[in-house]
Design a protein around this ligand. Structure first.
Ligand SMILES: [Cu+2]
Length: 126
């Protein structure tokens, strides 16, 4: 059993050396992907945390979307996306198809009618 400790220690140091060696590569990848990235904000008709979850999930499945975060009190959706994969117009359409207004565009009627009563835009934020 005695020789196992030095062995595992040397394995550990080997691992940390290779992790350090890989760090610069990861950095380059992160820079490359942030280069073609933009952020857009849309005013939605979301009124609660269920709306938030629904919109964020729906947008996460959209092509080119890196992150989507909705602030319920302000109803503002912030989307980070790849500029070569999608456009603000396409993202607004995705919000409409989820059943919510996006800026001055009205929610898709079918999707809106499927929303639970608590998520209808006639409700105040709750
Ligand atoms: Cu809701």
């Amino acid at each position: 059993m005695k020789f196992l400790l030095p062995l595992s220690l040397s394995l550990l140091s080997l691992f940390s050396v290779s992790a350090q060696a890989q760090a610069p590569t990861a950095l380059v990848v992160a820079q490359a992907s942030s280069k073609g990235t933009a952020t857009a904000q849309f005013k939605t008709s979301a009124v609660c945390d269920m709306c938030k979850a629904r919109i964020e999930k729906s947008l996460a499945y959209e092509k080119g979307v890196q992150s989507a975060v909705l602030d319920v009190p302000s109803k503002v959706l912030t989307v980070t996306y790849k500029t070569d994969k999608t456009t603000p117009a396409a993202l607004r359409t995705a919000v409409q198809k989820t059943g919510y207004d996006a800026d001055d565009l009205t929610a898709d009627a079918r999707a809106y009618n499927r929303l639970p009563d608590c998520c209808k835009k006639t409700n105040a934020v709750h």
